[in-house]
Design a protein around this ligand. Sequence first.
Ligand code: HSE
Length: 314
Amino acid sequence: MPVKQVTVKAPATSANLGPGFDVFGIALEQPNDQVMLSTIREGVEMQVSGMGAKTISLIPEKNTAGRVAEAMIKDFKLKTGLQIHVEKGIFPGKGLGSSAASAAAVAVGINTMFELGLSNKQLIVYAAKGEVASAGSEHADNVSAAVCGNFVLIRSYHPLEIINLECPKDMELAVAMPKIITPPNKTEKARAVVPKLVPLEKHVFNLSRAVAMAAGFAMGDVDIIGKSMVDDIVEPARASLVPGYTQVRENALNAGALGVTISGAGPSMIAIINRRTGDASKVAAAMREGFQSSGYDADAFATKPGKGSYVIGR
Ligand code: HSE
């Protein structure tokens, strides 16, 4: 049988966006993972190169991309094996949906390679299976954004229902990633500190910001989106896991960000900027300084909302 090949580009994503824990996600224009799938006789073989590659397991069941491939081969009774080469552009363990990008890329790649005709929702269900390998739970906020692009909100997990909205043209983002070593089970640890019970006033605070943010996306109003990016429930519990959190937050707001929050389970921080009134590169630099003044070096960059995973070669 001739070897089939597909290469997919998948975006970094930021989950939660403040009040939308496990519900909101956004795709970023930069950075990206590139995943090449090639048919082999049987089994799943993993190769990983690029950013943080040494920290990623090559055992398919322990690898987010490998798990997706195994599940799809089994469910669709594909008479093939797959070699998966992941070129990581998204640093793992930083809260930027690194594992979700690889998982989404594999789901999109297999769908294309075998002409399965799956909907985005079906692709998300498969990609979310990969999240168990890295986060210990099938949360779908990162993978939804990595599949669909732009802004997604999960209207329901059971059954899975996603709403996918465009982002305003004036919306820019600044991201700062502290150069700290995070444990492999970082997300599980960050989820363990999330309170199980929430006082009603905190629930009301978060609910009002979350619905305002969703309305902001529907209205195309970056100012409403940005100033709604606050969280009184999960973020206070996780702040101590992000070194320099207070300083980074203060610096971002002082440099013109509309809002700033922990990206996913951290430790990166993300800010929203209206490009008519602010400068995302300036905000990114101020956030890097925030980490540095707290004793931690960091990478920082400006980016924009981005599109979902797509095939770049066959
Ligand atoms: N919503 C998830 C969390 C994202 O915050 O734990 C982790 O990737």
